[in-house]
Design a protein around this ligand. Structure first.
Ligand code: DAK
Length: 260
């Protein structure tokens, strides 16, 4: 599919998707959401891609939120459809077989912050800004913000950010666990690519199962989560990757994983 609002770049096993509406600071309208859903659905089936990087085109913004000019005249049923589209995208990313790194290169506000939170890891440029300004527009976050923020940071901090609509800089976001790394803006791309390459060099099935185990386990109590981990661990012993990884260690050579 040809995209009007996305730039998709493949470098070996790493695919970078840049949301490309810089004039509107990469705000999300239905067309952008539909294109992102299409791109991530294709990536889910793309066995060559082992890591995805999601970023915003331009130097100012990751995503400055859902498109306010589009949203302002929605009726409740249309608003519901819009929320379902956005929540569908964020769930798709959260459950994508491959890890997704958000390279947050500026504003990550509202739907942009929610999109970043659905990724596995958030790397922020020093100029990144995070926030959920929705209450200032008279709405609640609709793409999972009330839920994922409260799961990522403390319940009180999530409520503070949701109630006040305060915007945090990269360093503050790092301190509360909303960002996982902060790097100079000029190094954001290379930092994310290096991180992606490190992940690519490991066992693909194990990476995939780690993602599932963390995501599913956090929804369970610890006893059930540990039991789930034991099942996932045992599953690894049915893979070629486990044989290769352990044989390579014993034979003192670098593992060459097949992802099977
Ligand atoms: N939507 C549409 N256009 C936007 C935009 C947005 N979210 N953010 C920026 N733009 C546009 C601006 O209108 C401007 O367009 P022109 O006037 O040039 O045509 C252009 O991008 C450049 O923006 P500025 O001139 O404002 O640039 P500044 O550097 O001065 O300011 C800013 C940057 C990010 C601080 C400012 O643009 C800003 O405050 N933007 C809005 C940020 C925001 O409030 N984001 C949250 C949006 S609300 C739901 C579903 C989803 C949601 C809620 C409910 N349901 C269905 C229930 C999600 C809501 C949101 O995400």
């Amino acid at each position: 599919m040809e995209y009007n609002n996305l730039l998709v770049e493949k470098e070996g096993a790493v695919t970078t998707i840049a949301i490309n509406r810089p004039k509107a600071l990469n705000a999300l309208n239905t067309e952008v959401l539909a294109e992102l859903i299409d791109a991530f659905q294709a990536l889910a089936k793309d066995s060559e891609t082992r890591v995805v990087i999601l970023t915003g085109a331009g130097e100012k913004s990751f995503v400055a939120g859902a498109d306010i000019t589009y949203m302002k005249d929605l009726n409740p049923l249309e608003a519901r459809e819009f929320a379902i589209l956005g929540q569908g995208l964020t769930s798709l990313i959260e459950n994508l077989p491959q890890p997704v790194i958000a390279a947050v290169n500026g504003f990550a506000l509202g739907g942009g912050c929610e999109l970043a939170m659905s990724c596995d890891i958030r790397v922020a440029a020093e100029n990144a800004k995070f926030g959920q300004p929705e209450v200032g527009l008279g709405v609640v976050p609709g793409f999972g913000g009330t839920q994922r923020l409260a799961r990522l940071v403390s319940k009180g901090k999530a409520k503070e950010l949701l109630f006040t609509a305060d915007v945090l800089g990269a360093q503050e976001a790092l301190e509360i666990g909303l960002a996982d790394r902060v790097v100079p803006a000029a190094e954001l791309k290379s930092f994310c690519l290096n991180m992606a390459q490190k992940i690519v060099s490991k066992g693909p099935v194990a990476i995939r199962l780690c993602k599932v185990a963390v995501n599913k386990g956090l929804e369970m109590d610890l006893t059930n989560a540990l039991s789930y981990e034991a099942e996932v661990f045992s599953l690894c012993f049915a893979t070629e990757d486990q044989k290769e990884g352990m044989n390579a260690f014993v034979e003192k050579r670098k593992a060459d994983f097949s992802g099977k």
